[in-house]
Design a protein around this ligand. Sequence first.
Ligand code: AMP
Length: 370
Amino acid sequence: MLIAVIGGGQLGRMLALAGIPLGMRFRFLDPSPDCPAAAVGETVVGAYDDPAALSRLIDGADRVTYEFENVPAAAAEFVAQRTMLSPSGQSLTIAQDRIAEKDFFKAAGVPVQAYRGVASEAELAEALREVGVPGVLKTRRLGYDGKGQAVIRDPAAASVAWQAVGRVPCIYEAFVPFEREISVVATRGQGGEFAAHPPTQNEHRGGILRLSTVPTGDAFTDDRELARAAITATRMIAERLQHVGTLAVEFFVTKGPSGASLVANEMAPRVHNSGHWTIEGAFTSQFENHVRAVAGLPLGDPAERSPAAMLNLIGTVPPIGDLLRVPGARLHLYGKAPKPGRKLGHVTVTAADADALGPLVARLRRIIDG
Ligand code: AMP
């Protein structure tokens, strides 16, 4: 089976590494011939919205999928008119627009923070009155890893924030004083079957994911209930989208007098950085379940094999011998040139129990942070 993938980044590379043992072959569309996925499949070099390149990508392919959410709508439409695109264009359209996404969560019965669309500085002033401060102004489209965002703590700073995000259509949302961030990575199959990995606890720095841990820790006694609620919310979203493939939903966990509760922050209609630990830590990885879903194959067991943590390598890669000396550490390099803020790889460490995991994570952190 030949799987065509729009995008040839590290997610595409790891999809192929999961699909090749199942007898699949991969072809990627990417503007760069040296993209991370070039090492594991054929590459069509071209722009994502170039019909000639898209035609070459899908020619003879059994299935088409994508590995990033900013696939141009026209490209998704071009493909969907000719062959089966999974997940569908609807998952993309909603995930590409932060307002459509929040509206969708609300309609699916998933709690979200207060928010308002903002198309001008005057509308931002109204939104500040309605939603209050502090809040976060985010571009509706094309934001990632904390880019295109400004926190507003004082209405007097509104103008500066509006300039900072580039005076483009935005969402203004209430700042959530979260205790922690979690995400659910799950896969929905062609027949509606659903396989959710256990929720991961995520730590960001500078808007970029640094660390994901499973299990999510003992900070809350209602952990189990919270995990169930997060998985149920993800399932409702996947069902409503009729999503086929893997998706991730990120949540803020807040703690009030009546216990912990969830606020959905955003979703990704694809495999997700907070699910990389599943390669070693789960019985079936997010990558394998995605290609299984896309190919119409049965989904695998998403449960965790052991406690696991994933640390991203951002900007630089420390001496790899130091990382590999840590017991249970597994290294994944993406074949990308170093650049500040760029995700160059990740390390996953597994351990027999959660107590044993902590010191290993601390050791890896010291190596990574220098
Ligand atoms: P996002 O691009 O929406 O995932 O935002 C990146 C990170 O910024 C999140 O993972 C949070 O750590 C932080 N953040 C984003 N929105 C909010 C919010 N409304 N309240 C508090 N923190 C936020």
